[in-house]
Design a protein. Structure first.
Length: 301
């Protein structure tokens, strides 16, 4: 897809970040990953983000990221756009961007540089350098140590034709309002807070028309139905589903730092599609927590 085509497509539906499957020895399990992607790509989603946050991209080596992206592109085979990650320092992010383009990915998600804090001028130059290095459409993830101001987002949009999206991992209402007021429909806005369903309805009013659903990994029908309720602004249905499933799910997620990823892998295990363990420094749910999550999922049926 061209950047413009990808930008238009990402607005049309729910997005998801598949988990990355590991064997008990923590090596990449390609066949299990392929099976999972084949299953997810049968559903009506607008994009799959390989090796993203939920996919533990932060724990993968550069070679592993390249492998995961190649496998995703091959397995999905054009049914759904595949978005690849770019992260780390500028040189590393550029190398990953170019590798993703060579692998046939449809676009990029530019994640925050690990650890290093930077001012707005440095972030603008970092994002612009990655955009210049590729023909792919780039979505930048504003989060953690790389939170972009509305002025910076506007400058980036003006300078880089292939910057197509802003993924918000902050949830600051004033910042999103300022950004949308300044930039408007030039970008696609993606909700990117952990368990994005919690924020989906209020953020819709701020121009965030889609979001990345981690729970789509194990309850895809529920995730799609929830998204449809958000778009319809059916408050009764949204809050009923929040109370019945999402909030109890959050109660488990919030018990330990890092569970936002771990609980997704546990959910995949709970439905009989084991994705293996998480890699350190994350930790898996306890057996009791897995049983609690399994029961919660079972109540949806």
């Amino acid at each position: 897809m061209t950047p413009d085509e990808l930008a238009a497509h990402l607005k049309t539906g729910l997005l998801s970040f598949p988990v990355t499957h590991f064997r008990p020895d923590l090596s990449f399990d390609e066949q299990a990953y392929r099976k999972h992607l084949s299953w997810l790509s049968q559903y009506d989603v607008a994009g799959l983000f390989a090796a993203g946050g939920t996919g533990e991209g932060f724990s993968l080596t550069a070679a592993e990221i390249d492998t995961v992206v190649h496998v995703a592109v091959d397995e999905v085979a054009g049914r759904v756009p595949v978005i690849a990650p770019a992260t780390g320092g500028t040189a590393t992010a550029i190398a990953q961007a170019q590798a993703a383009e060579a692998a046939g990915a449809d676009g990029l998600l530019l994640l925050p540089p690990y650890l290093t804090e930077a001012g707005q001028r440095g972030l603008v130059e970092h994002v612009s350098a990655v955009c210049r290095s590729t023909r792919l459409g780039v979505t930048v993830y504003s989060r953690a140590n790389a939170i972009l101001s509305d002025v910076s987002v506007a400058e980036l949009a003006d300078r880089n034709d292939n910057l197509i999206g802003l993924k918000d991992g902050v949830g600051n209402v004033e910042l999103m309002t300022r950004t949308y007021a300044r930039v408007g429909e030039r970008l696609t806005y993606i909700g990117g807070l952990p368990t994005a369903e919690t924020f989906a309805l209020p953020l819709l009013q701020l121009g965030v028309s889609t979001y990345s659903s981690a729970i789509f990994n194990f309850v895809p029908e529920f995730a799609l139905g929830f998204y449809a309720d958000v778009l319809a602004q059916d408050r009764e249905a949204v809050y009923r589903k929040l109370n019945d499933f999402v909030i109890p799910y959050l109660d488990i997620r919030d018990r330990t730092k890092g569970y936002a990823v771990s609980i997704v892998k546990a959910g995949v295990r709970a439905i009989g599609r084991d994705a293996g363990p998480v890699r350190p420094p994350l930790q898996d749910l306890t057996d009791d927590e897995l049983a609690e999550l399994t029961a919660l999922i079972g109540d949806l049926k």
